[in-house]
Every structure is written in structure tokens, then in C-alpha cells.
Design a protein around this ligand. Structure first.
Ligand code: RIB
Ligand code: CA
Length: 313
């Protein structure tokens, strides 16, 4: 079976970094055609810098990295330095990147790649606000039926919000973009907070990262040590929720997850509930199902997979 072709769209962020490392550690399963950066956790110049730092940490300086949109189309950018720190990758001390960004804009790369690759052969893996993906869909509607699957981290139902009482950050930052993506007709798999809040880096799991004994293992442990402060303080949780690596893990081991194929709409008008993913989990409406909305994860085997793969780098 040839590796699955993916484009990772990301706003690194420590959890994005771990998701990227897991993908780059799995070349027999995943062919990373490119990494497209978007503004989110931190502004675009930092997300592109962090993506390059992570690819060099992985020993993959030939990875193609593209700069994308630096803000939502119709709203001010909201960032999350309170969670990820000023650089967006606080925790480990890592060398400045030397690899270069690609010249092409991320949106043009997404469009060009989907048109050039065989139909339904490329999976989009958004880990941040959906601005790049929505911009590509608006500029080139013909790409929607060519997408194999969109496997994204975002939204919440039972967990409700993490940036507001009702909204998860990635959706909240650019709800209009999220609406475009959820309405585009491509198969969508959602890794919401309902799943990612069950993927917590407990002290023993963090120690397992350190015990790998490599630069990558130590850096990941330091990233999650930093990143966990916000969630421990807010939720009293046992450690950092590894949001974005759940996307990569789903691609590698979908059997570790479960959920329902349901309708998911995005609230874009309400100031109070902006960015809420209105998931019809109980199927109380006749709205058409448009997403596989995941609700559970086998966390033990997720961390086993993640730790084993990180040890390869
Ligand atoms: O709400 C969690 C999501 O927002 C994650 O993708 C994190 O990296 C931030 O982008
Ligand atoms: Ca992210």
C-alpha cells in the first residue's frame, strides 16, 4: 500500500509540532506533500518559523513549507500566546531555522496540488484556523470534489468551548472559513475537544517522551511541559491535551477512535456563540450528515503509537 498523500495546514503551536513530528516519523504511511502555515496560535511569521524549526528538529529539512493567510478574511486575528507562549513554541530551546520557505503562497500550492494529483488522492489535514483551506475552496471551487478527505482538529460538542464558553479556538478564529469548509461537500473527519481532552500528557506519558533519550523526545517533553499550564489551571486536567497529534494518529490508526456521522453547522452570526460547532450528535434535526464527528479515543494506544514513532526521529 503506497503512503497516503497529505497536506498539513498548521499554526504551530506545540501540539501542531508534535502532530508534524508524528507525520514525518511515518513515511511508510504518510507522504507529506507540503506543510502550509496559517496565522492562529501566533502570527504567520512565527507559525512559518516554527514549522521550519520542527522540520529541522525532525531531520527533514527538505520538507516543503509554505506561508499562507496572515488573518481571517473578514475578522481581526485572534492569537493564543497565553497558551503557547510568545514564540508559539515555548518550552524547548531549539536552533533558529536555516531551511527556506517555498516562494509559492500556501493557497496556490493547495489548489495546484489538488489539481495536479489524481482525483481523491490527497488528504487535507488542517490543524489550525481554516482560513487557507476556505480561501483555496473559494478561489477554486473545482478542487472540492478532488479532495480525498479533510481530517481536521477543531470544534467541540460535549466539551463545548476552550476560547469562549461555546467555541473551540480553530473554529472561533475564522468561523466563516469553517462554514465554507463544512459546506464544501468533501468527506470530513472532525477531531474535536471531545476527543483531544482525553489525550492528556500525564506525568508518566511525559516521562516516556523523555525516556526516548533523543533531541526529539526531550523537545516534545519540554513542549508539553510548557503547553500544559493553561489546561491544568483551567480544567484541573492531568496534563496537556494533545489536540493536533490526534489528526495524525487518526490517519495512522483510525481504529483508535470512534464517533458518529452527523450534521455539523458553524455559528457565524451570533456574537455570543461565534464559532460554535452545532453538532447534531443526537440527530434531532433532519439536516444532512456532513462529517464524521469523533467522540472517543483509546488514549493508551495513542500514546504508545506516538512515543514509538517519535523514537524513530
Ligand atoms: O483548540 C485547540 C487548537 O487550537 C489546536 O489546534 C491548537 O494548536 C490551537 O490551534
Ligand atoms: Ca493548531
Amino acid at each position: 500500500m503506497p503512503p497516503r498523500k497529505i497536506i498539513i495546514d498548521t499554526d504551530p503551536g506545540q501540539d501542531d509540532a508534535v502532530a508534524i513530528l508524528l507525520a514525518l516519523a511515518s513515511p511508510e504511511d504518510l507522504e507529506v506533500l507540503g506543510i502550509t502555515c496559517v496565522a492562529g496560535n501566533v502570527p504567520l511569521p512565527l507559525t512559518t518559523r516554527n514549522a521550519r524549526i520542527v522540520c529541522e528538529l525532525a531531520g527533514k529539512p527538505d520538507t516543503r513549507i509554505f506561508a499562507g493567510c496572515d488573518r481571517p478574511s473578514g475578522r481581526d486575528l485572534v492569537t493564543a500566546e497565553h497558551v503557547h507562549g510568545k514564540t508559539g513554541l515555548d518550552g524547548p530551546v531549539l536552533p533558529d531555522p536555516t531551511m527556506l520557505l517555498q516562494d509559492q503562497h500556501a493557497v496556490d500550492f493547495i489548489i495546484e496540488t489538488l489539481r495536479a494529483q489524481p482525483e481523491k488522492s490527497v488528504t487535507l489535514c488542517p490543524l489550525g484556523p481554516l482560513t487557507n483551506i476556505a480561501t483555496a475552496l473559494q478561489r477554486a471551487p473545482d478542487i472540492a470534489p478532488r479532495i480525498a478527505e479533510i481530517v481536521l482538529m477543531g470544534g467541540a460538542y460535549f466539551e463545548v468551548g476552550n476560547i469562549t464558553p461555546t467555541a473551540e479556538f480553530n473554529i472561533y478564529v475564522d468561523p466563516e472559513a469553517a462554514k465554507i469548509v463544512f459546506d464544501c461537500g468533501a468527506p470530513i473527519v472532525v477531531l474535536p475537544l471531545d476527543v483531544t481532552h482525553k489525550a492528556l500528557v500525564t506525568p508518566s506519558r511525559n516521562q516516556a517522551f523523555r525516556d526516548i533519550g533523543t533531541r526529539v523526545g526531550t523537545a516534545v517533553a519540554q513542549m508539553t511541559d510548557f503547553f500544559e499550564r493553561f489546561d491544568i489551571q483551567k480544567y484541573g486536567s492531568e496534563g496537556a491535551p494533545l489536540h493536533d497529534p490526534c489528526v495524525t494518529a487518526y490517519l495512522l490508526a483510525p481504529h483508535l477512535f470512534s464517533g458518529r456521522h452527523i450534521n455539523v453547522e458553524i455559528e457565524t452570526d451570533s456574537a455570543l456563540c461565534r464559532g460554535m460547532t452545532v453538532a447534531d450528535w443526537w440527530r434531532v434535526t433532519d439536516r444532512e450528515a456532513n462529517a464524521l464527528f469523533l467522540g472517543d479515543i483509546d488514549a493508551e494506544h495513542f500514546f504508545k503509537l506516538l512515543t514509538e514513532r517519535l523514537a524513530r526521529l
